[in-house]
Design a protein around this ligand. Structure first.
Ligand code: FAD
Length: 415
């Protein structure tokens, strides 16, 4: 770790997560020889975030195994890592940064890769002791430290993070209730058959699901510790631990104050450039036009997107620009189910099931105007691999062939 006072960097990268780390790696791979500083507010070297709700929370992988690269890797490539440096101000004209600890930096190019912070509950008790987000190693360490003295847990939010956390916590034999305000889990990202499949799986593993209901209050004791969750029908679920997985707020405050264009995150063009000179944004915080969302301006929250955008920003800085045009993909592990998703299902008009969900191995295809736009594959790696290619090609499959799970996807005829 490097101590900072005032340091001039050819490239300053703010955020030492997936996107930031990959940007530094890509710059060196592309032959960039200038100085690179990876400035992050967490104390750790860059690490993988997905295991936080999976193997790391389960205790199956120690921290060393989720580090993106060992310390020596960064030293060998002369990437300076500034840990515990939270950037609070960007002066886009002077090309300088200020940190909460007083350190300042000057930059030639800035790559903003600050991700987002968990959205917390706006209701009374939302910040009580025992209420946790799941974004950083420190969040999960705090959850793990509290687990031995916890029996009743309420997870709020039926998205991937809430569902993954619920699955792990059931392994520890805790009583787990999960609350989703919409009428099905995964409703923002998946079709109904997939939602219902995951609901059945969680119920079969003993998760107490509450769908279509909101939270009124986190109840607390005299010391301000959570004791329960009051739902808006008056039901009280006992809980000394509440895990909140209701999305993130992009961490773009200093960039917006500096005048960057944006709203839901900071807007970038196909080269990941923001509206500020020499400032790029990548990963969860970067809103971009995505071909696989019909050109709509969207943010993606995935490792793939962070890594691919990092390469695009590095390419632009090294004078070999390429457009960001990557096919989105994602995965989620719950119990013994490996879900792999290719493409974006937003705007689908038809779903086609391939295989029987009762076998725990099936796929759900999403079509729009006859074209395959996305596929969720549960324990179906072959479908996933073939779907990626077909989605990229804009393939319009014959629906009967598509529904025939015995027919390899690549042999399905076009219409
Ligand atoms: P991050 O990796 O979040 O890195 C941002 C870094 O910037 C953080 O270290 C943050 O602390 C730091 N930072 C923020 N503000 C400042 C500041 N002002 N100054 C300095 N530093 C700052 N994706 C998948 O594809 N598959 C999965 O299975 C999956 N599972 C996930 C499970 C969990 C629990 C979580 C939290 C995420 C998961 N994701 C998954 C999403 C994936 O981890 C993110 O999309 C990815 O980490 C985004 O990378 P990023 O670089 O944009 O942000």
């Amino acid at each position: 770790m490097t101590q900072a006072a005032h340091i001039a960097l050819d490239v300053a990268i703010v955020g030492a997560g997936h996107g930031g780390a990959q940007a530094a790696i890509a710059l060196r791979q592309m032959g960039f020889t200038g100085t690179i500083g990876l400035i992050g507010d967490e104390p750790e070297l860059p690490y993988e975030r997905p295991p936080l709700s999976k193997e790391y929370l389960a205790g199956d992988k120690p921290f060393e195994r989720i580090m993106l690269r060992p310390a020596a890797f960064w030293a060998e490539r002369e990437v300076s890592h500034f840990a515990k440096h939270r950037v609070t101000d960007v002066d886009a004209m002077a090309q300088t940064l200020k940190c909460a600890n007083g350190a300042t930096f000057a930059y030639g190019h800035l790559i903003w890769a600050a991700g987002g912070s968990p959205r917390m509950l706006p209701c009374p008790g939302g910040n009580a002791k025992g209420v946790f987000g799941v974004r950083r190693k420190s969040d999960v360490d705090a959850i793990m430290a509290a687990l031995p003295s916890t029996q009743n847990i309420v997870v709020i939010g039926g998205g991937y993070i809430g569902l993954e956390a619920a699955a792990v916590l059931r392994k520890f034999d805790k009583h787990v209730a999960l609350i989703e305000s919409l009428d099905r889990v995964l409703s923002r990202v998946a079709g109904e058959p997939l939602s219902r499949f995951y609901e059945d799986q969680h119920r079969a593993h003993g998760v107490d699901l509450h769908l279509g209901i909101g939270v009124d209050e986190i109840l607390t004791d005299d010391e301000g510790s959570a004791t329960g969750v009051k739902l808006n029908d008056g039901t009280v679920l006992p809980a000394s631990m509440v895990i909140v997985g209701i999305g993130i707020i992009p961490d773009v405050g200093p960039l917006m104050l500096a005048g960057a264009t944006g709203g839901n995150g900071v807007d970038v063009d196909a080269h990941c450039r923001t509206s500020l000179p020499n400032v790029y944004a990548i990963g969860d915080c970067a809103a971009h036009h995505n071909r696989f969302a019909d050109g709509a301006m969207i943010r993606l929250e995935s490792v793939q997107n962070a890594n691919d955008m990092a390469k695009v920003a590095a390419a632009d800085i090294t004078g070999a620009p390429v457009d960001y045009d990557a096919l989105p993909w994602f995965w989620s592990n719950q119990y013994d189910l490996k879900l792999q998703t290719a493409g974006l299902s937003t705007g689908y008009d038809t779903t086609v099931l391939r295989g029987d969900p009762d076998t725990n191995s099936f796929s759900l295809a999403y079509l729009k105007d006859g074209r395959l736009i996305a596929m969720d594959c549960v324990n179906k790696a072959k479908d996933y691999v073939q779907a990626r290619k077909l989605i990229e090609e804009g393939f319009s499959p014959d629906p009967d062939g598509l529904a025939n799970a015995d027919l390899p996807l690549k042999e399905v005829q076009a219409i």
